[in-house]
Design a protein around this ligand. Structure first.
Ligand code: AN0
Ligand code: CP
Length: 317
């Protein structure tokens, strides 16, 4: 594997899941694979889970790890070609990328949507420059439009907890005070559409996601209807995708908060969220603290999803 940004990069999903469970059973079995190999994890944005799980996965494989927080201590980077650099940016990304690449074997990049220009966000401007100019395998640690390590961990978690062959999985929008990217729901939809699940997306009108990720998924604007007979509830906020209001918040309607009354409509569903989560905006305390909440197990599987990706990249170096 040379690039990991979407579900397609994993190839056969059943094989990927099987590999994930093998890794989980013995996470140190491939410790020799990463010997004297270095991972560089580059963060343009904050992170708790991705930062820690990526380092842990690399260490399980015997790798050395360097973490760079671009906004803390590195030079501010210009990303546009042709700019007269007489402002506050000291270095161009076109030098920075090959320099970073010269110190490592594999690169992970976190670079969120900036909501200034939809076309730039949806062309994955930063991530694609790494893919193009690093000359190293590159994986997304959440780009502008996808978060595949999260969605792969979500798939692993659903496979672990499901009690029927084809569970009903509901992705529901929930309110949030700040504008958030569409990357998590995009990737979740991307993966669920390839998995053996009955997949439904519920959100207020105006919050339609990119059809490229939604594909044939069912859309249900009535959240309570969507919850009926669900086996998994996956909550997430996102901002508007549609051109006119791209990156905006058009609703903070707390009637969309996931609470125990709504969970009672489900088939005793598990509750999932990628975290970080704002309690009593996205989900009530009692639901996230209930025995059916698997948010911690889901976060723990981030180590596993990342280890499968790193293992495949190391095997292909
Ligand atoms: C980010 C998002 O919604 O994409 C990261 C989630 C993994 N969330 C926040 O910025 C709060
Ligand atoms: N879920 C997730 O990616 O969390 P972080 O933003 O803390 O890495």
């Amino acid at each position: 594997m040379r690039v990991f940004t979407t579900v397609k990069d994993l190839g056969n999903l059943d094989a990927a899941l099987k590999e994930a469970f093998e890794v989980k059973k013995n996470r140190f079995a491939y410790k020799a694979l990463g010997e004297n190999k270095t991972l560089l994890a580059v963060f343009f944005n904050s992170s708790l889970r991705t930062r820690l799980s990526t380092q842990k996965a690399a260490m399980n494989l015997g790798m050395n790890v360097i973490v760079l927080d671009v906004n803390q201590g590195a030079w501010r980077l210009e990303t546009e070609r042709g700019v007269v650099m007489d402002g506050d940016k000291s270095e161009h990304i076109l030098e920075a990328i090959p320099v970073m690449a010269s110190y490592c074997d594999i690169i992970g990049v976190r670079s969120f949507a900036q909501f200034e220009n939809k076309q730039e966000d949806y062309s994955e401007k930063i991530l694609n420059q790494f893919i193009r100019y690093a000359g190293r395998p590159v994986f997304s640690m959440e780009g502008a439009t996808t978060h595949p390590l999260q969605a792969f961990a979500d798939l692993i978690t659903i496979a672990e907890f499901k009690t029927k062959e084809r569970p009903k999985v509901v992705l529901t929008w929930a309110p949030h005070p700040r504008a958030l990217p569409q990357a998590v729901p995009n990737s979740f939809a991307d993966f669920m559409n390839e998995a053996n699940v009955d997949f439904v997306i519920s959100h207020p009108e105006g919050y339609e996601l990119d059809p490229k990720f939604v594909r044939g998924a069912k859309i249900e604007y009535d959240q309570k209807k969507a919850f009926i007979a669900a086996d998994f509830i996956y909550a997430k906020n996102w901002s508007v995708f549609e051109d006119a209001d791209y990156g905006q918040i058009i609703s903070k309607d707390r009637s969309w908060t996931v609470d125990s009354a709504k969970m009672a409509l489900t088939n005793d569903a598990f509750f999932m969220h990628c975290l970080p989560v704002r309690r009593n905006m996205i989900v009530t305390d009692d639901v996230i603290e209930s025995p059916k909440s698997i948010v911690i197990q889901e976060a723990a599987n981030r180590e596993i999803s990342c280890q499968v990706v790193l293992k495949r990249m190391l095997e292909n170096l």
